[in-house]
Design a protein. Structure first.
Length: 463
């Protein structure tokens, strides 16, 4: 490989490259880490460090890095037809084959797909599609979306508005009107004095309360991630989603599952909805559909909306140049073939997922870990100052101390990428991880936790 001069790349990066969600003054001072290569679950930076990627890139590299077959599939498609659009009554073979394949993998009742380039565009499309549906149903007053605090639905204006991230709402307003939020089903945050199942029903009840305050005839849809990802791997109690479904049905409201993270095996099913007891009308997907090798997203459209849109809608005036991009669709088809051939979904459900779950539960023994949980191949642990008799009795750190970020730095030093959301450390590993890989990962996490304790003690932040 060509020799990469880290300092030169960092200087050019600081001068010209605006990164997502980044404090550029701070980045320029520290210099960006330059990633240069990936293979399986491993990444290499320009300094030669080998790092275990427990975040799958950004919740997406489900089949792991460096899969030769992906390059070949993309190469072949580029040679044959690198691009053609799907406007003006034209189509292309990979887009058609992928749409048919996705319908086969989706829960029953999903017959149609709209392609986008990202999860944000998928959710933007959903806002326009849902509102169009209610126009066609001659109930245009039904335009309000109900979402949740701390949800992440993307970075376009509709995505930010649907999302419930306070830091994003604070910038670049005004947001899209007609979107309201209820609290997230976080047992840790709100479930004191209740069993998890009791809490799930209470949290779903917040939806019904909000429907009543805004007026049921004004509500278009409820949107949620089966498990909230960017918000910190918030795993709802088992009672939550069935109750949400019951409430949506009662008021005739559309139910949207944002499966951008949870889809394509992440939760041990092709779609997280299946394992969470969700019967959605629309599904947003992206990320794992191509394992991030090429950008692609889209919306799986259930019969209720799809039939109305296609039978009596006329033109739906919406779409992107790259909707159904043949190269992206060819990448997705190959990615899905790999997931099927290696039975990764069943492996996560039956073998490596439970193994990861047991390993995370064992991490609760660590003095710094107050709570640890997982679902399929997402997991999280909460750093606490001291432990009480139950999860609601732990003594947490002062948020201003930034203990999560400090721990994240130790993770990097231990050769593992883990994300910090406040003082919750989270992972979403590649689905190809084996039991041995999981052992290796837990070893590195434990080392980093020990080093975090040592630093906190040296700074007088822990006894
Ligand atoms: N929905 C969900 C549930 C997501 O997780 C999007 C939509 C938007 O997808 P695009 O492809 O437009 O980025 C996402 C993206 C994080 C983080 O910090 C998570 C995402 C994006 C950026 C950062 O965990 N998820």
């Amino acid at each position: 490989m060509e020799q990469i001069d880290t300092r030169t790349i960092q200087a050019l990066d600081a001068a010209h490259y605006l990164h997502p969600f980044t404090d550029h003054a701070a980045l320029a001072a520290s210099g960006a880490r330059v990633m240069v290569r990936g293979d399986g679950i491993w990444l290499w930076d320009s300094e030669g460090n080998r790092i275990l990627d427990a975040m799958s890139g950004l919740w997406c590299v489900n089949i792991g890095y460096g899969r030769q077959r992906m390059s070949e599939a993309v190469y072949q498609q580029m040679q044959t037809l690198p691009f053609y659009n799907s406007f003006f009554n034209t189509t292309n073979v990979p887009a058609v084959m992928l749409a048919a394949k996705l319908v086969e993998l989706a829960p029953p009742g999903f017959n149609r797909v709209f392609f986008t380039n990202s999860g944000s565009e998928a959710n933007d499309t959903i806002v326009r599609m849902v509102r169009r549906y209610w126009e066609l149903m001659e109930q245009p007053e039904r335009h309000i979306f109900i979402s949740r605090n701390n949800a992440y639905h993307g970075s376009t204006i509709a995505g930010v508005s649907l999302g419930g991230m306070a830091g994003m709402h604070a910038q670049g307003g005004p947001l899209l009107p007609g979107i309201v939020h209820i609290d997230q089903p976080s047992y840790l945050e709100h479930g004191q004095g209740m069993t998890e199942d009791e809490f799930g029903v209470v949290a779903a009840g917040w939806l019904e309360e909000r429907i009543k305050t805004v007026g049921p005839h004004n509500v278009a849809a409820f949107i949620g991630e089966p498990v909230q990802g960017a918000g910190g791997v918030i795993i709802p109690p088992a009672s939550y989603w069935p109750e949400i479904g019951r409430i949506c049905k009662k008021y005739g409201i559309l139910l949207v599952a944002d499966e951008v993270i949870c889809g394509f095996g992440r939760l041990g099913a092709w779609f997280g909805s299946e394992r969470m007891g969700i019967a959605p009308d629309l599904i947003a997907f992206a990320k794992g559909v191509t394992s991030g090798y090429i950008p692609l997203g889209g919306v799986l459209v259930g019969e209720r909306v799809g039939d109305v849109l296609t039978a009596r809608g006329g033109d739906f005036n919406h779409g992107f140049t790259y909707s159904g991009h043949p190269v992206a669709c060819a990448a997705a088809l190959e990615n899905i073939r790999i997931i099927e051939e290696e039975a990764l979904v069943a492996r996560v459900a039956e073998d490596t997922g439970p193994y990861l779950g047991a390993a995370f539960e064992a991490l609760r023994q660590h003095r710094l870990v107050g709570h640890a949980d997982s679902f399929g191949f997402v997991a999280g642990l909460n750093l606490v100052r001291s432990k009480g008799a139950n999860v609601h009795a732990h003594e947490v750190f002062d948020g201003d101390l930034g203990v999560g970020m400090l721990c994240r730095a130790h993770m990097f030093d231990a050769g593992i990428i883990m994300r910090a959301v406040g003082d919750r450390m989270i992972i979403a590993p590649p689905l190809v991880m084996t039991r041995d890989d999981i052992d290796e990962m837990i070893g590195r996490i434990t080392l980093a936790l020990d080093n975090t304790v040592a630093e906190l003690q040296a700074k007088g932040m822990l006894p």
